[in-house]
Ligand binder design. Structure first.
Ligand code: AMP
Length: 424
């Protein structure tokens, strides 16, 4: 009986994995330019971290977490997102005491959510995310947003929409919260069970409900922007001004609320407008989460971050028809004829590989023609042919596959010669 891959997961095979490596490299390089440093945290954490950090009224925690008890009876969860783990590590490693503040971090790794799989939605997916902890300067918000947009732009995506909103500080949020409760309460029985639960616990999340999206009370719900106090409004205006200064285009959408409980002030999403991208258009989401560090047991520390999945990024690239500049070929293929030449090829291959030259040979005792075919399959730039005669004369035939040019190279100088040719 064959065993199937688990639902909502995928194998990333050679031929496709190069795209993953490429986009991850671009994202990492840009993080370096922005001075975000990599952090790697465990794939599983204590379940409490997410119940507290992400919020126990969220779908992620209530319905989607992969939880299990380990053999010692501890309740653990496969991480559904990265921010809570980074904050846990920030607190546990006392990074709040580092002289270099804010602490700017990025991560890349698999996340797990028990969601209904569909295009762009997996049960295991890779999130790339950044977090900036320890600064409440609106310039950091603008920096984080522009970094997210920068990664997409650098990769060649054009049909993007950056949508931002402010959820305000706790004063503004509380005032808005009261207004939302008053707005929905009289008719809450017309809403789904989840929304009824959310009414007192976190009414903002009602605005994010997929089931009740079209209820008439949704569009008339009080907007957070009307409840921002002066400080919050000023903060939001500064973020927008910095974005404009950096020529980062955006739209303000007062209905944007993020799925996780911990956000305040700036919240944002990046969508793809590309035709054929699919029903789920969100590529990236993030926001400010002042208060989360305290929630997880650290000192009061502001923070902001974002996360996007590589899966959706690659779909957007495909939808826009962007070809990534991936080098598929190899530098050299060594064709050998006869036992002695075959043995020599093993030695020579070892030598060139040690010089960093991507090279290959035949391992299936193929005939000459089939070895050339194999070289073609590898998209080799050069093919070197060695037979008994060449060995005797201490030379090798080197062919440039692009031009068809051939030359005899002394075996003692072969490595230098091929290196010289490749460096041109
Ligand atoms: P969230 O953590 O829910 O705010 O999601 C942030 C980003 O992660 C989204 O914009 C997507 O790019 C990505 N994402 C979230 N859930 C999934 C999923 N199930 N499959 C693939 N990507 C996802």
């Amino acid at each position: 009986m064959s065993i199937q891959i688990p639902r909502g997961t995928q194998d990333i095979l050679p031929g496709v994995v190069e795209k993953w490596q490429y986009v991850e490299e671009v994202a990492k390089n840009l993080c370096h330019a922005y001075q975000y440093k990599e952090i790697r945290t465990p794939i599983f954490e204590s379940s409490d971290l997410f119940t507290r950090g992400v919020g126990d009224t969220t779908d992620i925690v209530q319905k989607e977490m992969y939880m299990f008890e380990d053999r010692g009876g501890r309740s653990l969860a496969l991480r559904p997102e990265g921010t809570a783990s980074v904050v846990r590590s920030f607190v546990g490693n006392k990074m709040f005491g580092n002289p270099g503040q804010p602490v700017k971090l990025y991560y890349s790794g698999p996340m797990f959510r028990y969601e209904r799989p569909q295009a762009g939605r997996y049960r295991q997916f890779v999130q790339f995310g950044v977090e900036a902890l320890g600064s409440e300067d609106p310039a950091i918000d603008a920096e984080v947003l522009s970094l997210a947009m920068g990664i997409y732009r650098e990769l060649g995506l054009k049909q993007l929409k950056l949508v931002i909103n402010s959820l305000g500080d706790s004063g503004s949020r509380n005032a808005h919260r009261e207004a939302l409760i008053n707005h929905f309460k009289p008719r809450i029985s017309e809403f789904c069970g989840d929304c009824q639960n959310r009414l007192e616990k976190n009414p903002l999340r009602i605005l994010d409900c997929k089931k009740d999206r079209d209820h008439e009370l949704m569009s008339s719900a009080p907007s957070i922007l009307e409840y921002l106090n002066d400080e919050s409004r000023e903060y939001f205006e500064k973020v927008q001004r910095y974005l404009s200064d950096m020529d980062v285009e955006f739209e303000v959408d007062p209905t944007l609320v993020r799925g996780l409980d911990y956000y305040n002030h700036t919240a944002f999403e990046i969508m793809s407008n590309a035709e054929g991208f699919g029903a789920i258009t969100t590529l990236c989401g993030g926001g400010r989460y002042n208060g989360l560090v305290e929630e997880i047991g650290g000192p009061e520390t502001p923070g902001i971050g974002f996360a996007f999945s590589i899966e959706r990024l690659l779909s957007a690239l495909e939808a826009e028809g962007v070809n990534l500049p991936i080098n598929e070929g190899i530098d050299l293929f060594i064709v050998s004829l006869g036992d002695e030449a075959k043995d020599y090829a093993v030695k020579l291959l070892h030598k060139v590989r040690r010089e960093g030259i991507a090279s290959e040979k035949d391992y299936l005792d193929r005939k000459l023609k089939a070895q050339f075919k194999a070289a073609d399959r590898c998209k080799a730039k050069y093919v070197a042919v060695i037979g008994e005669n060449e060995l005797k004369e201490n030379k090798i035939n080197l062919k440039d596959m692009a031009t068809g040019e051939q030359e005899e190279v002394n075996l003692d100088h072969f490595v230098d010669r091929i290196k010289g040719k490749l460096s041109k």
